[in-house]
Design a protein around this ligand. Structure first.
Ligand SMILES: [Zn+2]
Length: 148
């Protein structure tokens, strides 16, 4: 994972803590930690992060099962693969949050295809009607041909 992304995850976790009730001492400690992390984050990313936060959004979202947890919209599978491979920081196209993937779920795993190929019905071989007893099939058989 991108190093900045892991810093953002850490930072976001600390900011979540700050939303809770803390003693003033705890608050000071967590704020100090957050500030330390913030120093390591490039300024443009800090800027975007801050704008999201100021807009009342959680600036970071995990992508789970191909869905951004920030806006609950689907991220294309190809993008997720690229996210996982690349060492860049990524932003959700839909909501603009920073996103990250911890675990990739392939679409094949989500919707399991159970295609059992049906054998071609070749049993409709027309036999020469030598036996007159086999007239009780549920198929279309003319059963009204009784001759004396
Ligand atoms: Zn999103």
């Amino acid at each position: 994972m991108n190093q900045v992304t892991s810093l953002l995850i850490e930072l976001c976790g600390l900011e979540d803590k700050l939303k809770k009730r803390l003693s003033s001492q705890q608050r000071a400690e967590v704020s100090a930690q957050a500030e330390e992390i913030l120093k390591k984050i490039p300024l443009p990313i800090q800027g975007h992060y801050g704008r999201l936060r100021d807009a009342g959004k959680r600036p970071l979202a995990e992508v789970v099962n191909g869905i951004c947890k920030g806006c609950f919209l689907t991220i294309p599978y190809g993008d997720i693969l690229r996210m996982k491979d690349s060492n860049d920081i990524h932003i959700c196209d839909h909501c603009g949050r920073y996103i990250y993937v911890l675990e990739i779920v392939r679409p094949e795993d989500l919707e399991q295809e159970e295609e059992t190929p049906e054998p071609p019905s070749l049993e409709e071989t027309v036999r020469p009607s030598k036996s007159k007893k086999a007239n009780s099939k549920p198929k279309k058989v003319k059963s009204s041909s009784k001759k004396n």
